[in-house]
Design a protein around this ligand. Sequence first.
Ligand SMILES: [Zn+2]
Ligand SMILES: [Zn+2]
Length: 182
Amino acid sequence: MNCPVCKTTELTQINLEAKLPANGCGQCGGKWLSSFRYYEWLQYHGSTLPEKPYEGPPLAVAEREDAKLCPECRRILVRYAVGHGTNLTLDHCGSCNGVWLDTNEWEALKGRNLHDEIHLIFTRDWQTQVRKEERKKHLDAIYAQHFGKDYEEIKRVRQWLDQHPERGRIVAFLTDSDPFSA
Ligand SMILES: [Zn+2]
Ligand SMILES: [Zn+2]
């Protein structure tokens, strides 16, 4: 089985975790994870760990842009964004369900406790959530540009309003051009 990035380099047996064998590339540091091995490990791993913020030293994740072929069945791997505040993308084979992890991607996922949810990343629900996040980020950037230095304060007021029991009346008061006219 050859590396889908380096093409001529042969992948060797490695252990991603105890009871999780995978195939690694000695040249680019990428890793191939077969679906069967992953599901076996998931059973051993037990219940899903709660997601957490990343706290370790920064990891250099080398994203490879060009299309890759599945080292097992030669299909084109499809790239999926991981979302959840990460910039990671994973390459997935829709035929054998294997996953290609670029250098440090496993470590980065593990740092967020997302390594035991890899199988969910390729589902419609997960991807819908990712698109929602991306849209939010996009709009956030537009608002930030539009409102400039006031944006932080606007967000703070909005958050305060949202949890206020008199929200409706406060909004009416603020938007009334003259709330003191009879
Ligand atoms: Zn490689
Ligand atoms: Zn495949």
